[in-house]
Ligand binder design. Structure first.
Ligand SMILES: Nc1ncnc2c1ncn2[C@@H]1O[C@H](COP(=O)(O)OP(=O)(O)OP(=O)(O)O)[C@@H](O)[C@H]1O
Ligand SMILES: [Mg+2]
Length: 248
């Protein structure tokens, strides 16, 4: 018997993803995969194509080439709404709540349209998402009245209310104080402990390292390194691309 660990089949994967915006080539033959229950971090300099990759995985951006598979099924031609219903949720780099709605209404809307629930089932799902994100006490406040940490929690609550299997977090840690960031890290760690599969783009490396099992570094539209976070951060190409002038 081999000493190699058995490969877990990926829950979400893409291969050979190209994306051009006109003449601008943003993604170039990107392969990516995340296993069920795994937490993967993605780092890379501004403009590396990280958010575009999330758009392709979530179905918001059609790739120019390549394929996306979820649970072994080819999803390349399906749109964002269908992917959300099948269990792929996403938070945005800039939180996008419906500002005129309450926290509960925002989360309920996600349960209705993202998970296809209605009535009592949608309300229960929304309440559970608010409880998991420590927002239940703000349920009746307008989303516009929330501070930044709570807006980020609401992004998470709206994603959770769609009953995801995989959650894509795009720079959710940005702009927070260290104390607030600690609370957010604990929350994301708990979601991982609950068995959720997490892919997290983040510039705040120390936050990422507290949660993730594996790190991927992108630069100029390609994956330049992936593996154990320590090995990836020690990779000379990563240090050049990601840390830039900060490394002598
Ligand atoms: N809709 C679009 N049309 C044209 N160019 C785009 C579009 N979306 C993204 N780009 C360009 O694609 C490149 C990659 O952008 P992307 O937002 O994916 O980078 P990123 O790695 O997420 O960067 P950041 O760390 O700043 O968030 C950038 O040059 C960006 O200007
Ligand atoms: Mg981005």
């Amino acid at each position: 018997m081999s000493g190699e660990p058995a490969m877990t089949p990926p829950v979400l994967a893409c291969s050979g993803i190209d994306k051009h915006f006109g003449a601008l080539k943003v993604l170039n033959a990107v392969d990516f995969a995340v296993a069920s229950g795994e937490a993967v971090g993605i780092v890379g300099p501004n403009g590396a194509g990280k958010t575009t990759l999330f758009g392709v995985l979530a179905g918001a951006i059609p790739p120019s080439g390549g394929s996306v598979r979820y649970g072994g099924v080819d999803l390349t031609g399906t749109g964002a709404a269908a992917r959300c219903r099948s269990g792929i949720a996403r938070t945005h780099q800039v939180p996008r709540p419906f500002l005129g709605m309450s926290v509960f209404e925002n989360t309920m809307t996600a349960a209705q349209f993202g998970a296809g629930l209605s009535g009592r089932a949608a309300a229960d799902c929304a309440a559970e998402a608010l409880e998991r994100t420590a927002l239940l006490h703000h349920a009746n406040r307008p989303a516009a009245a929330l501070g930044l940490l709570d807006r980020k929690r609401l992004e998470l609550a709206r994603a959770l209310a769609t009953c995801p299997r995989v959650i894509l977090l795009d720079e959710i840690g940005g702009g927070l104080t260290e104390a607030e960031l600690g609370l957010l890290i604990a929350l994301i760690g708990k979601l991982k402990g609950d068995g959720l599969t997490i892919v997290w783009i983040e510039h705040i490396l120390h936050a990422l390292l507290k949660v993730i099992d594996r790190l991927v570094c992108m630069s100029a539209g390609t994956v330049i390194a992936e593996g154990h976070p320590d090995a990836v951060m020690a990779d000379p190409e990563v240090r050049r691309a990601y840390l830039g002038g900060a490394v002598a």
